[in-house]
Design a protein around this ligand. Sequence first.
Ligand SMILES: Nc1ncnc2c1ncn2[C@@H]1O[C@H](COP(=O)(O)OP(=O)(O)OP(=O)(O)O)[C@@H](O)[C@H]1O
Ligand SMILES: [Mg+2]
Length: 351
Amino acid sequence: MTAPDPHTTHETTAVQTADPNASDQPSPQVPVQQPNHPAPGQIVIPNRDQAPGPARGSKSDSTFGAKKGEHEQTRRIALVNQKGGVGKTTTTATLGTALARMGKRVLLVDLDPQAHLTLHMGIEPDSLEKSIYNLLTDSSLPAATIAQEVGANLVLLPAEVNLAGVEPELASLAASGQAQRVLKDKCDSLLIGCEQGGEPFDFVLIDCPPSLGLLTLNALTLAHEVIVPMQAHFLALQGLSKLLETITLVKQSVNPDLIVAGIILCMHESQTILASEVISDLQSFLTGARDQDLPWRDAVVFDPPIRRNIKLAECPSFGKTIFDYAPGCPGAGDYGRLAQAVADHYARKGS
Ligand SMILES: Nc1ncnc2c1ncn2[C@@H]1O[C@H](COP(=O)(O)OP(=O)(O)OP(=O)(O)O)[C@@H](O)[C@H]1O
Ligand SMILES: [Mg+2]
């Protein structure tokens, strides 16, 4: 697997949008573009110094790093993989619920027009008066107005299918450089509001669509860290390389603090030779990055992997998480142990 060159700097960079339904398509090209003339279907990521908003280091800076007033331990994690069906939504819902059951306060963000996270958390998208679509398109709407309590310590920013129409609307903001930071600006306010008026969040988990379009770019701009759910297949490694390339570009432009926290192996079949070969390749790739200035230099493969377990596939259709649907099954056990490993990982890292 080839890693992108982190030292390549671009004045501006464009990421070509991928078809969200074409999971196995080649990864997006990342050509250099001029800032004010994006080609059709391309998204311009402004150079860090050209990004609009308050100047870096100013008191009201909302572009770089945690804002004043935010709970300093809030972990903003985007679950990203442009390949479809790898376990992003299942992991967001189940890891988030497991962390909440451990007493962590968790905000789940459904950023996928399929609205699978919303359904998984027991909310019928058609019943929503307002959703993340309204949040992203109505500049006067605060995030708190769409937030739904979906369990103890667990809050959801829900989605409905109309979110599919948001990318063209956001793209109209591309020339001003605002298109990829709308979600961040809205959620910054929510996170600070929680600090002032209620309990702060320990974790923000963002479920991304299977593409590297504007919605995913918004997630990568809001997040401090990326976790990549993936399966141990050869093609998954190719896709990972392209994803890391995009993360590098976002880090070089709008979100310099962005890092890759790690990889979660989903639907894992440990007995296959292919899985062990892919994991071995993955480990040596990550080890090779340790002494380099790369966003994934500290990335880990989280343990345990999540085994394939049919109960995990059944529970969303009942609008239940695995802990309510089949608490004794291997899937519940794996995600429970994973949540402990994730909490320990961040406890070791400190703030
Ligand atoms: N460990 C598992 N064992 C069995 N089935 C699983 C497991 N994890 C996820 N699934 C099922 O696999 C399918 C894909 O999972 P999921 O929806 O989480 O992937 P995704 O990456 O979010 O997909 P998309 O890219 O379409 O958003 C779903 O039907 C889900 O219920
Ligand atoms: Mg999904």
